[in-house]
Design a protein around this ligand. Structure first.
Ligand SMILES: Cc1cc2nc3c(=O)[nH]c(=O)nc-3n(C[C@H](O)[C@H](O)[C@H](O)COP(=O)(O)OP(=O)(O)OC[C@H]3O[C@@H](n4cnc5c(N)ncnc54)[C@H](O)[C@@H]3O)c2cc1C
Length: 414
């Protein structure tokens, strides 16, 4: 019989499923309790950068991910007139040992869920289990659940990791007086549409700036129809005084933002045509939460968005959750006492992720767009070199990489 603690993982999103795979690889038994009755392809695109694909590769998932994702090679920056500001190689193309993937969130979740069921068995992921409360009595934890039919149940575990996302029930229980989400002043609309390859078909591009309208675009699936088109993910962000409550599934309306992009007809992309080709538009306010002074106590801790909700601007929501999971499994192996392991995990990951939350507010990689917007007074430029040097641009992007933990030097060392 295993002497390792039995860990209950609340939430079968990116964080919870990755954690289950990490625990399994470390011979630590666990079970995932997911609220929704069935794991389905919700959300749109996300990026996984080399600091996170490194761990997914160690877990043996790289080929499965590469089969459904786009392996991103370049990141490009433009102003709202379609003028090129900067290009940098990313992932393997930049010399990293691990790729950058642009992927549908549902495809990522499915790869993880399939691996959990394959490796841990069909009962390892229990859907239809919404956790409402956890109670740590010093020797173990009792979890309470509600089910889709209205019934309730309880389960027992040696330790609990809450990976239940931005509306985390456990975070609310542990931190009942936490403040409201902090609104950045920017609203986001996003969607996907089948589209011919843009700028080579392996490029992530960012254009414009938040005050007048910013676009982020990257392909997330290859060859989605007989014309060989890709599924292209787009996000627009615009300064907006009002916002709705955060809900990943809220429907958005094209008339609320299309005017900002009406004249974005570039030789490399007709932006209004792409936006109009989208069937389902989603809306999300750019909010985060002030970093917490502590995450968990005793046998209960938080992980992923439940621990550190961040503005989705630096391609790091999923990535930091994956880094959390790797760290937590490591501390559980190192420390025989689960409470020591959770304390060591929190000591490492809480300051690291708080720095990312703050950097996403102020200086994510797209701060290069702000620099050009401000220095040109939102006018076209003759030569980008007269506005900002390549060294300065690389400095801004490099500073974010160091905070988020994927600067090449840092990945070499660890
Ligand atoms: C529906 C949805 C759509 C998203 N779309 C995008 C997107 O388009 N782009 C983007 O960048 N990010 C998106 N995200 C967020 C992104 O997945 C996360 O930022 C990141 O991957 C960190 O993952 P996480 O597992 O911590 O949180 P999440 O991916 O949010 O996963 C949390 C999981 O916990 C489950 N859960 C919640 N409450 C309970 C409970 N009480 N008991 C049991 N289970 C519970 C949820 O159903 C979910 O499966 C989305 C998240 C969700 C849930």
């Amino acid at each position: 019989m295993s002497t390792q603690p039995h860990v209950a993982v609340i939430g079968g999103g990116i964080a919870g499923l990755t954690l289950a795979l990490e625990l399994h690889a470390a011979d630590i038994p666990c079970r995932v309790y997911e609220a929704v009755p069935e794991v389905s392809a919700v959300g749109v695109g996300i990026n996984i950068l080399p600091h996170a694909t490194r761990h997914l590769t160690r877990l043996g998932l790289q080929d499965a991910l590469a089969a459904v994702a786009v392996t991103t090679e370049k990141s490009l920056y433009f102003n709202r007139f379609g003028q090129h500001i900067h290009t940098e190689a990313v992932g393997r193309a930049a010399g990293y040992e691990w790729p950058q993937f642009s992927i549908h969130r549902g495809d990522l979740q499915k790869v993880l869920a399939d691996a959990v069921r394959d490796r841990l068995g069909p009962d390892a992921l229990l859907t239809g289990h919404r956790c409402t409360q956890v109670e740590d009595d010093g020797t173990g934890v009792t979890l309470s659940f509600t089910h889709p039919d209205g019934s309730t149940s309880t389960a027992r575990a040696d330790a609990v990791v809450a990976c239940d996302g931005i509306h985390s029930a456990v975070r609310k229980q542990l931190h009942p007086d936490e403040g409201r989400p902090v609104y950045s002043g920017y609203n986001m609309w996003r969607g996907v549409a089948p589209w011919p390859a843009v700028l080579g078909g392996a490029s992530m591009l960012r254009a414009g700036w938040l005050d007048t309208g910013k676009l982020v675009l990257y392909p997330i699936r290859d060859r989605v129809d007989d014309q060989g088109r890709q599924l292209v993910n787009w996000v627009v962000e615009i300064a907006t005084p009002h916002h709705a409550e955060r809900d990943w599934n809220r429907t958005g309306r094209i008339e609320d933002f299309i005017d900002h992009f009406a004249d974005w007809h570039f030789d490399w992309l007709d932006v209004p045509a792409l936006l109009r080709a989208t069937d389902d538009i989603l809306e999300y306010p750019m909010v985060d939460q002030e970093p917490l002074p502590w995450w968990g106590r005793g046998r209960v801790t938080l992980l992923g968005d439940a621990a550190h909700p961040m503005v989705p601007r630096g391609s790091n929501g999923a990535g930091q959750a994956i880094l959390d999971a790797a760290c937590l499994a490591g501390t559980l192996v190192q420390h025989p006492d689960v409470t020591d392991a959770f304390a060591a995990y929190e000591a490492e990951r809480r300051p690291a992720t708080a720095a990312v939350v703050r950097a996403n507010r102020t200086n994510p990689p797209d701060a290069v767009l702000r620099e050009v917007y401000e220095r040109t007074g939102d006018q076209p430029f003759e030569r980008i070199e007269d506005v900002i040097s390549a060294t300065e641009l690389e400095g801004i992007i490099g500073a974010y990489k160091r905070v988020a933990g994927y600067s090449p030097g840092e990945l070499q060392q660890h």
